[in-house]
Structure formats: C-alpha cells, structure tokens
Ligand binder design. Structure first.
Ligand SMILES: [Zn+2]
Length: 497
C-alpha cells in the first residue's frame, strides 16, 4: 500500500473563487442583526461625521470575529475577506480606529454600547422563552431551580507579559484583574469591569458597581426573582447590606449566597458543632459525597486520611454564632443572614491553613438569606450547599471567556482594552444566544472551541443564479445539517426594529 501517495500530482494554488472560509460566522452575524444588536450599536456609536463604515457594524463584526476565535485585531481580516457574502467589511485599521473612538468616548461610549446589548438581550431572551417555554433553570446537584435568574460575580486575573497600562502584580501573578458577572441560566456575561492588576478580589465598591450593571442587564421580566452568588471571602458589609436591601423590595425575591471568611470566631464555633449536626453533602448526581477506599479500616466513621476518597458534610453555624456565650457574634449583619459551613477531606496536596491541617478537614463558609422556613429540597442543608457550589460554574464561564477575547487584551492602553472587552463580552453573548436559539444536543452545550471547529470554521461555496446567492456547505461535512438548521432558525426569528 502506498501510504504517502496522496500528494502525487497535487498542485496547490491560491486563485480559487467563490470559496467562503469560516462560513459559519454568518450565523452569529445574522443573530446580531436579527436581535437588533447591530442596529442598536449603530445608533449608540453614531456621529455627525460621514463615515464609510458604520461604527456599530464594525463593532458587531469585531464581536463576530472574536466569537470566531480572533485573538488580535488583525484577525479581523477573516471577515473582511468575505465581501461577496458579507458586503463591504471594514479594514483592520478601521477596526482599530473604531476601538480608539470608543476608548476616547470613555465610560459614556461604553454605557451606550451596554445599553444596546441589553436592549438586544430583551429580544433574544423573549425568543429563548418562545423556543424552550422558559429560560433554562439553575442546576443544583441533581435538581433544577426554575423561574429564578442567577447572577454570579467573580474576579479573575488575566496574565499579561507585555507592558500594558494597568498590568500590575497581584496574588496570582502579573496582569489585569477584571471583575465579571455571568448569568448561570444562559451562561452569558452580563457585565464586566476591567481593573488594574492590583485591584482587590473583594473590593466592595467594584462588586456593587458590577452587580448593579448585571441586574440592569437582565431583562426586566426576569428580574423579579434573582439568585446572586459571589465567592472568595466576598462577604463585605457593603455588599451584604446592598443585597439585603435588594431582597427587601416588595414584589421582588433576591436570594444571595456569598463566600465568608474562616476567622477566629468561626473556628471556635466550628469546634463546638456537635458531631450529629454535620449532614452529608451531595454531588452533581445528588448522591452522598462519601466514598471510602477499598482497604479502609472497619470503623465507617473513622478519621483516617487514607480510608477516605471523598467525604463532605454541611452544617449551619447561625445559631451558634448568634447565641454564643459571648453574645450575638453576627451583630450588625442583616437579621435574615444565615451562615453555613462545608467540611471536606482535602485532596492530597491541597493547600491547607494551620487550623485545617490540625483538624483534618478543609472548610468553606458562606452566608445566605434563604429563609429558614423554605420547604422541599431547596431548604435542605445538602441543597443549600449545592446552591452555593453553583458558583463554581462561573469558573467555567471565565475559562471559556478567556477563549473568547478576555484572555488577551490587544492594546497597551487600558481604555482601548476596555473597548476590546466590550466587544469580547458581546462575542460570548452572541455564542450563548446561538446555542439557545439555534442549536440542539451537544452543540447547544458546547464550548467556543467546539462551536468553531464544527460550525463557525466550516467552509462553503458561494454561487449566484438569477437574483439569488446560494451558500453551499459541503454535503459530507458532519455538521452541515446543524449549520443549515441553525440558519433557518435564525432566519425565522422576528426582525428587531
Ligand atoms: Zn479508618
């Protein structure tokens, strides 16, 4: 057999016509147009000057390029190359100029862009509900909470090696330190603040600003029942007070779940928890997080490290702290605030505090205002824990977000990178809408890399006949039907005014 003969007589030339590379980008571009995002951005960035390239179109196209995997502004050429399909697309210098104009417009320009995205989100979510019957629920272990919109706040460090404005040393290295808010139901980013590297993980003022922006980003019809999560030892007085105020508004329900520091008084209280008050935690499948090794000893409740693969418990600390011999240790915090603790057998090699090392457990603490009288699974300790662990999914969102523009900021100027971040968050938003409005099965849950490999980067042939243009994807492309179905679904969406 000739295993290398395929190259025989093969000539490679650069003179093909009618070929569209990355043809799947048309899906996100059409979605941007249909939801009114493109038109909204166009209005937001309109100037009195006569311009060849509408700045809203340029920004929408930049978002499409980032959704497609573009990491630097010069990757914009991929879309610019498809004039027969997309019409006149701005050049790379025009894309730079557009970001520069947004940067010079400062917070005012960014605010207008945000408003345009939020207006498009109202239409997109209405269509998501039309297609699925409701917004996706919030997964908590084996259960799903429906009818509630979940906002998760998290700060993340983006490492930068070059000499970027605002790149500063921080606890994870050197770089920028954006604070982001994601919607757990749809996985899309709702708000983001690009901060200097030295910005704190728990800076209350930043959290309040991003929280406010995230709530504003949620379409009004979905703001009545909110769940808000924040990790780290994020429970600053200002943040909890604000959440408590939000929760007290008549006609609104806000349940928060915020990380809490393991301090001296908490350690003392943990030591006083009766053994029977720790209840078993549950995993993603709703099964007890309790697994012993095959050669474990005969005592099923033993404390030997080597006998356990996994063991995790939950308990409530509120009563012990509020009614401690030293008085109410949660004095000054909202009355409805409850404190919980999870203890887990640490993974081998996990970093532990001295207290945890002495004790053999690793602890996570958080506070919530979930009412004590909450009935059903939602009120059970194991699910109060699962509800807080929902927060861990924000890390997936940030990881995929870093794959989608926020892992690499293109400029040395902070204001330019803020403009780029606006495009990047729009890109991630478009991909989330694409999945919920036009895709099925595994693709509807896929990460950006998979969507690109299978859909966005697919090639197609553009032909003309009569007054029509036809775009043919290859009949043998494994995801050809997914592309045509998605196109039909997007085409069937109502056109936003
Ligand atoms: Zn043992």
């Amino acid at each position: 057999m000739n295993t290398t003969g395929w190259r025989k007589g093969l000539r490679v030339t650069a003179d093909g016509t009618g070929i569209v590379s990355h043809a799947g980008v048309m899906l996100v571009r059409a979605l941007s147009d249909k939801t009114g995002l493109t038109a909204g951005l166009s209005k937001a960035l309109a100037t009195g000057r006569l311009l060849v390239h509408d700045r809203g179109r340029v920004l929408a196209d930049l978002a499409c390029a980032i959704a497609d995997g573009g990491e630097v502004i010069s990757d914009f050429r991929v879309i610019g190359d498809q004039e027969e399909l997309f019409g006149l697309v701005a050049s790379v210098p025009t894309a730079w100029r557009t970001l520069d104009e947004i940067a010079r417009g400062g917070e005012r320009a960014l605010g207008k862009i945000t408003a345009a995205v939020n207006a498009a989100r109202r239409r997109a979510w209405a269509q998501i509900v039309a297609r699925h019957g409701a917004l996706p629920g919030i997964r908590m272990a084996d259960k799903t909470l429906t009818g509630v919109t979940c906002i998760r706040l998290d700060a993340s460090v983006v490492t930068c090696h070059s000499d970027k404005e605002g790149a500063e040393p921080n606890f994870k290295g050197f770089g920028l330190h954006p604070l982001l808010a994601y919607c757990d139901n749809t996985t899309e980013p709702l708000a983001g603040m690009l901060r200097k590297g030295s910005a704190g993980s728990n800076t209350a003022a930043d959290h309040l600003t991003v929280l406010e922006a995230a709530i504003t980003a949620v379409p009004p019809a979905f703001r009545r029942r909110l769940m808000i999560t924040c990790d780290g030892a994020g429970a600053s007085h200002d943040l909890i007070t604000r959440l408590d105020t939000l929760a007290a508004r008549p006609g609104y329900q806000v349940i928060y779940s915020v990380g809490w520091e393991l301090g001296k008084r908490e350690k003392a209280v943990i030591a006083a928890v009766p053994a029977g008050a720790w209840q078993i935690a549950v995993d993603e499948r709703g099964e007890a997080r309790e697994r012993r090794t095959e050669d474990a000893c005969g005592d099923p409740g033993c404390a030997h490290r080597r006998c356990w693969i996994e063991e995790a418990h939950v308990t409530e600390l509120t009563g012990l702290l509020r009614e401690s011999p030293a008085g109410n240790q949660l004095d000054g915090w909202p009355e409805k605030m409850r404190l919980f603790a999870r203890r887990e057998r640490p993974h081998p090699g996990a970093q532990l505090s001295l207290f945890e090392t002495a004790d053999g457990w690793r602890y996570s603490l958080w506070v919530t205002n979930l009412p004590e009288h909450t009935t059903g699974w939602r009120g059970q300790l194991a699910y109060i824990d699962a509800a807080h662990r929902v927060h861990a999914r924000v890390e997936d969102a940030i990881r995929t977000g870093k794959d989608c523009g926020i892992g690499k900021y293109p400029s040395t100027a902070l204001a330019m990178n803020k403009a780029w971040q606006a495009a990047a968050l729009t890109a991630a938003t478009l991909l989330a809408w694409l999945k919920l409005l036009a895709l099925d099965g595994p693709l509807a849950r896929a990460e950006p890399k998979t969507l690109r490999y299978r859909l966005l980067h697919a090639a197609a042939k553009l032909t003309r006949g009569g007054r029509q243009r036809r775009l043919n994807t290859s009949a043998t492309w494994p995801w050809a039907a997914d592309i045509t179905t998605a196109w039909d679904r997007i085409s069937a969406l109502p056109q936003a005014p």
